[in-house]
Write a protein that binds this ligand. Structure first.
Ligand code: NAP
Ligand code: GLV
Length: 312
């Protein structure tokens, strides 16, 4: 690396706080200027764009020297199909151990609430009832065995769950009964609780629909922690009302924040959380970004690239 070469960065943080990113990046010898969108500053030197949702209209045309772009989270659905992004621009995403750990912990919490009948325990306490509730083994299916899904599946095995997994290509994970490709229906027939950890794209949008629910075990439970666009919301309500599904924990929604008059609110069979299952830890993710900055400056290949044709 040339002694003096440094990168200029633009951060477009959406509704996230840019401060920890600015602080972390400015402490690095690899970084020159840091701008935060929106800005009137001259952005001609910017080579790296860090972006959380959405990619603002017109931002890329302000960056004539842009060399690569990174989502500030794991998902890249906010970048797919955006005509502002040149076809040959490398796009990366965050693959971070804390994203995986936090997601696993969130799903584990949801599973415990479900398996240990936590709501009933609290209800009993309110009524001074010493109700010793039983619980049974739960079979869990993980849809999507990528950075987050494979970490979750492994931890579930360690915690004694019977685990099934589904991915696009065949995967071998110790203790996990894995399915792929055309075997979706065989996979869906197995678990009592299904966790969605797919990327959202043209191939996966609306995948959690009524027909899909009919392929699951009767009275199965859904945990959707991937994206709201995977779920056909009216189909979930129908499946719950008909008793096809027993309940759902939802962290992501088609419209966020979830509108206050949305029919999901107030349902006893749906647990709602405000897209908090796993939020990027800047201190840790910045190391990954800096690693790629160094790769770029030293002419090495970039890591954690997204295949925009494959859409994840
Ligand atoms: P990833 O590493 O890209 O993994 C994606 C997995 O899905 C892979 O196993 C892939 O199969 C599989 N897959 C992709 N397309 C498929 C298809 N059409 N049919 C079946 N399987 C398919 O993604 P990740 O880092 O684990 O993240 C997953 C998603 O979680 C993100 O895209 C984001 O939307 C969501 N997320 C949510 C939160 C939250 O707080 N709620 C936080 C972080 C991330 P192969 O292994 O065969 O490629
Ligand atoms: C959060 O939703 C992420 O994609 O990182």
């Amino acid at each position: 690396m040339s002694q003096h070469k440094k990168l200029s960065v633009l951060i477009s943080p959406g509704n996230w706080n840019p401060e920890p990113w600015v602080e972390g990046l400015s402490a690095s010898e690899l970084i020159d200027e840091i701008h935060v969108w929106p800005t009137e500053a001259n952005l001609e030197k910017v080579e790296l764009l860090l972006v959380w949702k959405p990619l603002p209209e017109g931002v890329v045309s302000r960056l004539p020297n842009l060399k690569f772009l990174s989502s500030m989270g794991a998902g890249v659905d906010h970048l797919l199909g955006d005509s502002q992004i040149p076809k040959d621009l490398p796009v990366m995403r965050i693959v971070d151990k804390y994203l995986a750990i936090d997601m696993t912990n969130y799903v584990m919490m949801s599973l415990m609430i479900y398996q240990r009948r936590y709501h009933q325990l609290i209800e009993n306490q309110k009524n001074n009832v010493w109700g010793r509730l039983g619980y049974s083994k739960v079979k869990v299916g993980v849809l999507g065995l990528g950075a987050l899904g494979s970490h979750l599946a492994r931890q579930l095995v360690k915690s004694g769950f019977e685990v099934y997994g589904f991915s696009r290509n065949p995967k071998e994970l110790e203790g996990v009964e894995s399915y792929s490709g055309k075997d979706l229906n065989a996979f869906l027939a197995k678990p009592e609780v299904l966790v969605n950890l797919l990327p959202l794209n043209d191939y996966t949008k609306d995948i959690l629909n009524y027909d899909f629910f009919t392929k699951m075990q009767p009275r199965a439970y859904l945990i959707n922690v991937a994206r709201g666009g995977h779920l056909v919301e009216a189909d979930l309500i129908r499946a719950l009302d008909e008793g096809l599904l027993k309940g759902a924990t939802l962290d992501v929604f088609r419209q966020e924040p979830l509108p206050s008059d949305h029919p999901f609110w107030g349902r006893d069979d749906i647990i709602i959380t405000p897209h908090v299952a796993s939020v990027t830890t800047p201190d840790s993710a910045i190391n990954q970004v800096l690693e790629n900055c160094r790769n770029f400056l030293e002419g090495r290949p970039l890591n954690y690239l997204v295949d925009l044709a494959r859409q994840y």
